[in-house]
Design a protein around this ligand. Structure first.
Ligand code: FAD
Ligand code: MG
Length: 361
């Protein structure tokens, strides 16, 4: 059976409006035109819209709620995402647990983990094993060497220096999920190893937001995006599907089409078109192939993964970007997820299950 539907990019030029995130919200709140604001629809449900930043990226929220107007649930969601970053996941802020864990590298006694971080790392390691290390949360020494996050988006790359082969090989020595020991609630990081949970943090945030919303019965529905990861929650009053646009990685001001979803999904996109540095006409992006220590070169420009769990959708999109479309499709299948791949020449392919959700424009 043929797994992929193929289309040539030239056969369809896309006409959608500019969409900020890798996969983006589209038409989720009829009548609300971006920015922040509250409006009431005809059934008395308030629609809260907010745009903020957390985890070094943009957080967009559209929340349908029967809430009194003096309580803004979007600000509570934002507070929780920032708390997750500051207290648990950031490898930059000295207030977080990951920061302390990284500081403990080389300590033979290891470091005790909170239940939250233990659970996250166990999930990460499952994806690492099944992806044969294409997704690897222990790559911090290598990702820091490339400094892509610091340079991406700047007008000029003047002053940016590519790491040398020697530096890359040395940093790779410190990485490798198989060398990371997680035992009886303690983590033992070898000397020099640094965790980098940048490939899953936004997905973890989505799962946390969903857990919070499940305890807030006045919230009827929501769509939340944290950078390239999007949560759909609840059903729209008119029963129609949520529409999540998939950006064209070859022209991020356009969309390829959209996913029509009900309120139970997490969608994550990884690509080479947002965080990169260009040196001598060559693009160096932020997703590293753990085998080479260099930006992955699997022939893909973007991957969008659809899954019930946020951490998994985020981890799988990164892993698929490294693995390429054939091996990536096998991986998502093993997790019961779906994926859409766009390669460098604009060819689109997707898993069979994705065809039920994705619509070309
Ligand atoms: P994804 O594909 O989901 O992830 C790519 C990121 O994962 C890379 O940037 C790298 O960090 C890591 N990675 C690369 N290769 C691999 C691999 N093979 N396996 C596993 N991981 C890999 N950005 C800022 O500019 N400033 C900030 O202060 C900042 N703080 C952040 C705090 C948190 C808690 C998180 C989760 C992210 C933060 N970011 C920040 C963004 C982060 O640096 C990444 O750029 C971002 O998470 C990339 O997400 P993505 O969806 O584009 O790509
Ligand atoms: Mg990811």
């Amino acid at each position: 059976m043929k797994r992929f539907l193929r289309r040539n990019q030239k056969k369809h030029r896309y006409t959608a409006a500019l969409l900020g995130a890798a996969a983006a919200l589209s038409c989720v709140a009829a009548g609300v035109c971006g920015g922040c604001g509250i409006r009431e629809d005809s059934s008395g449900v308030s629609v809260l819209v907010s745009v903020d930043t957390a985890m070094g990226t943009v957080v967009r929220q559209t929340v349908y709620t029967e809430e009194e107007e003096d309580r803004d649930v979007t600000q509570e969601i934002l507070r929780r995402i920032r708390e997750l970053e500051h207290e648990l996941l950031s490898w930059r802020l000295d207030t977080s647990e990951v920061y302390s864990v990284n500081f403990s590298a080389g300590n033979e006694e290891g470091i005790p983990l909170s239940d939250s971080l233990e659970e996250i790392l166990e999930q990460c390691l499952t994806v690492s094993r099944r992806s044969q290390g294409a997704f690897d949360p222990s790559l911090g020494a290598v990702t820091r060497l490339w400094k892509i996050d610091e340079w991406a988006g700047l007008e000029s790359a003047e002053g940016y220096e590519l790491p040398t082969e020697e530096e890359i090989q040395e940093a790779l020595q410190s990485a490798g999920y198989e060398k990371l020991v997680l035992k009886e609630g303690r983590l033992y990081l070898p000397e020099g190893m640094q965790l980098d949970l940048g490939a899953v943090g936004k997905g973890v945030a989505l799962t946390r937001v969903r857990e919070y919303l499940e305890g807030e019965p006045q919230v009827k529905a929501a769509v939340i995006s944290v950078g390239g990861s999007i949560l759909t929650y609840g059903d729209k009053a008119d029963g129609s599907a949520w529409s999540v646009a998939v950006v064209d990685p070859l022209d991020p001001s356009e969309s390829l089409g959209y996913l029509a979803l009900n309120g139970q999904w997490c969608v994550s996109t990884s690509g080479d078109y947002e965080r990169y540095v260009e040196v001598d006409g060559r693009r160096y992006h932020h997703i590293i192939d753990p085998e080479t220590g260099c930006p992955a070169d699997s022939g893909l420009s973007g991957v969008t993964v659809l899954c019930g769990d946020g951490l998994l959708s985020d981890a799988l999109s990164t892993a698929c970007f490294v693995l390429g479309k054939e091996r990536g499709a096998d991986l998502v299948e093993a997790f019961g997820a779906e994926a859409l791949f766009v390669d460098h020449d604009g060819e689109i392919s997707m898993t069979d299950g994705m065809k039920a959700y994705f619509h070309f424009r």
